[in-house]
Design a binder for this molecule. Sequence first.
Ligand code: AMP
Length: 982
Amino acid sequence: MDCKPSVLLLFLFSPVCQGHLTSHHSNEVNLLDSKASQGELGWISYPSHGWEEISGVDEHYTPIRTFQVCNVMEYSQNNWLRTNWIPRNSAQKIYVELKFTLRDCNSIPLVLGTCKETFNLYYMETEEDQGDQFWEHQFSKIDTIAADESFTQTDLGDRILKLNTEVREVGPVAQKGFYLAFQDVGACVALVTVRVYFKKCPFTVRNLATFPDTVPTDSQALVEVRGSCVNNSREAEPPRMYCSTEGEWLVPIGKCLCDVAHEPRGVTCQVCRPGFYKSSPGNLRCSKCPPHSHAHQEGSAHCSCEKNYFRSEADPSSMACTRPPSSPRNVISVINETSVILDWSWPADSGGRKDVTFNVVCKRCSAGQRKCEACRGAVRFLPRPAGLSNTTVTVADLLAHTNYTFEIEALNGVSALSSEPRQFATVTITTNQAAPSPVAVIRKDRTSRNSISLSWLEPERPNGIILDYEVKFYEKQEQETSYTILRAKGTNVTLNGLKPDTIYLLQIRARTAAGYGGSSRKFEFETSPDSFSISSENSQVVLVAISSAVAIILLSVVVYLLLGRFCGYSKSKHPDEKRLPFGNGHLRLPGIRTYVDPHTYEDPTQAIHEFARELDASCIAIDKVVGAGEFGEVCSGRLKQPSKKETCVAIKTLKSGYTETQRRDFLSEASIMGQFDHPNIIRLEGVVTRNKPVMIVTEYMENGSLDCFLRRHDAQFTVIQLVGMLRGIASGMKYLSDMGYVHRDLAARNILVNSNLVCKVSDFGLSRVLEDDPEAAYTTRGGKIPIRWTAPEAIAYRKFTSASDAWSYGIVVWEVMSYGERPYWEMSNQDVIKAVDEGYRLPPPMDCPAALYQLMLDCWQKDRNNRPKFDQIVSLLDKLIRNPSSLKIIANAPSSPENMLLDRTGADIATFCSMGDWLESMHTLSCKDIFNGASYSSCNTLAKTSTEDFKQVGVTILGPQKKIVSSITALETHAKNGPVPV
Ligand code: AMP
């Protein structure tokens, strides 16, 4: 027996045992671990000489308790070893892990008894600890345990014991606790460790949900476990997992999402840091605050907008905060009778948004803008007054000759949120005269066999005082081949001399100073039945039908004259008749005012008092000098008339020491200006003649003269804006020519521009024109003429007419389209006269729409009868404005050979073989020198020269540069088309 311990100790600490005592998994919960106990385990051994408790050390030299038995020398062994009572805890199924060594019987010399190589494992469940009581038969057998490999034969023939590990499952267990027992029936065995455990699925966090420790069931079924969302998160889909019998979590389903203002960090949801936000639940990270917003606190769901920045309801939190747009810019108005096209530029600042729209409000303001009221009546906005996405609107059906103010506001999605005062662009316009609208309602008052009495309502929009009505009627069956026209002063008429029992068709139209309005629709009337005879004695019938068109026209003339008498209209009685001799010899139409030359008044003071209001000098405050006129300084200032709002005005002063002639000439401009009333003609406020200095006060034009204005804003306007300006000038000129006034000095320098880009014709006078204008030069015939702007016949024999104004207008178009370029650049006046006479014309300015260049060429027709009239120019420009795509075609080269720009004859062009020659001919000698120096010697090279190249060779003066480029185009065209005779 002495050998026993030593034998067994050898089993235990053989090096081959090392490394086998591994630690168990985290999903195993120990109920018993013999290794953990360093004191006596106190298990019951029966009989007492069977199992023996022995102290030892494990491979780490940690003290452990082991049990051994090796009664192989004796027969009939039945040795029991019972553990202490092991509480079951929550286990349903328990695992018993045994580590043991077992000697194989062959290795034991001199075995006397019946050596065994197995032992038995038992268990017994009880509700409580039963102390030392032990009844063998109460135990149930779990298994017979045998060594896997009880030994290994080494090369040396040694037998080395191995540590065996065996695990057995026991279950289900239900009572509060249990015992294990080991039965030895004659083996040589050492129980090194006994561990009893059960398995569980340990607490875990998956998809932001926590799952508690879960003990699997004994059966094969999985346990479904519901997870709970971690703090600051919510269920997106109920989180679930299955706990397997092996204590493993399987199949995670569902998940939790971090709350608003929280983001996932590891297995938790944490608040967003300052400067970050999260507006919706989810597992994305918090985002950085977008531009113009901030989040000073942590845990922000949204970032707040900076002061004066906003977010509309529809804006996502990820969008930058934005602000209302600035006001629209550069509003231009194009008036066409009683409608106006408003056009403006996009606001300089759209507030950071794309949803900019425009609202246009129409107001009627009393003089001086004091009191304004919303426009009443059926003012039509096309396409609409609000929510405009384009920068243009047409306002129609305004009253004729009426002042309107339009407020144009740019809005975007956050405008409604801002409490800042709204910014408008305003434009004030005066509508022109317009023909009346059609008569809509005609009533039959009485019918007889030969007559019908009718009355009607005045047109809805008379647009002025109705002078008379034209009543046109005819038998229905005659189908208008023959008709009768008569005129009525009032709104009723009796048609006499009709056929009985006959259907008549009738149309009425009203006439004002602006002309005829549209005809009413055709009304049908029938005379009473009877036989009839035409009674001509009481007839207002003036024109009798003839069924040929030629005859109708002839008769219309006769009827018109007769009607005049019949209706009480007499040309000689027209109030303006006495003014007819002046002007340009046109026959003035009745009803249209005519310009009166103040020089025809014997007393010029009378003229000034007839046409200009005398202002009280105390109402005028002069602010600063803005320009120099021929007679004195031009100042800006304010005019405050009693019971009127203060307005900005320009004040022209007459310098002291003037002669009476100078005074008269100075004031003649006011006498002329005072006769005009048109939105494109500079408006006279009044004159001061009774105090000194003598002053002419006009409306103030903030942007000064057009030529300087364009030069200051080179290339800054859209073509539509430029055309709008030109349309204004043409409209003013139409008014002047209708009035019979010939301007004689129409040039961009004599057009003034206000803050709304409205252009107004200014600089009126007669003899003064030629003295005042620094551009005017003496001609061979002695007069002073602004050569570059003047039509050839006016230069040659002073034939100034509205047609010569049209020539000048063409030059103004050229000035406008070239942003204030000097016509004919540095050419001498003599050369200009010669060139124009030979048929040369200015080339199209850069990027000039072909339609506008054609207009210029039309204005520069040699035969003045072929030049367009101003009303034609106005309607052409209106058409271009209405159809902006027509402006897209750019005039690259002269459109027709006979108007070859600054062209010599074809032969001459052909001889420009060197660039120098050509430049010389263009009077750009300085440039020529530069070009020669830079070896730009051939036309081909120069044709390819870009603006940059010009800069490189030092041509920085705007004039020659543009001229050269334009002329290159001419040369290119010439090269393509060959010489063209002029
Ligand atoms: P005038 O004598 O009319 O040629 O005026 C000389 C200069 O004074 C013009 O070129 C303008 O710059 C300025 N000027 C004249 N009238 C006005 C006005 N109504 N508003 C603003 N500036 C004006």
